[in-house]
Design a protein around this ligand. Structure first.
Ligand SMILES: [Zn+2]
Length: 141
């Protein structure tokens, strides 16, 4: 039996799925990830959105100590997917670089706190890729 932090128990009681979807442009990717996790019952679907506190992952599996970052290919400049808009290119580059620095900082912060971190990209949001990456803890690309 896994001991859950009281906050986690409360979170579970409120309903684990789709309770606090961020409005940060990540909505579709997050919804799809949740759908796949639930469909395939990955780790018993025991996950939480936007946890742990302070510097949360997009979702995490506390029992596996696995944190998942869900990245949109444009906003997080996925190699091979991203191309900067032709208009206001410099401003976009600055903005996207800021996102990427924050991604790195989030990843380091989670690892320092003992979480394994997996990055799932918008373009890889299919059952096979999600299952393989989550169950093998394959790490980020
Ligand atoms: Zn991509």
């Amino acid at each position: 039996m896994i001991e859950l932090h009281p906050d986690l128990t409360a979170c579970l009681a409120r309903g684990r799925l789709m309770s606090r979807i961020r409005s940060s442009g990540n909505r579709t990717t997050e919804a799809r990830a949740c759908e796949i996790i639930e469909e395939l019952d990955i780790f018993g679907s025991e996950y939480f959105l936007h946890w742990p506190p302070a510097r949360p992952a997009d979702l995490c599996f506390p029992a596996q100590r696995l944190a998942v970052l869900l990245n949109g290919c444009f906003w997080h400049a996925h190699l091979g997917c991203y191309s900067p808009p032709s208009k206001d290119r410099e401003a976009w580059t600055t903005h996207i670089n800021t996102n990427r620095l924050r991604d790195l900082s989030d990843l380091v912060s989670l690892r320092r706190r003992g979480w394994e971190v997996v990055v799932l990209w918008e373009c890889g949001m299919n059952r096979e890729d999600v299952y393989r990456k989550l169950t093998s803890f394959a790490g980020q690309e």
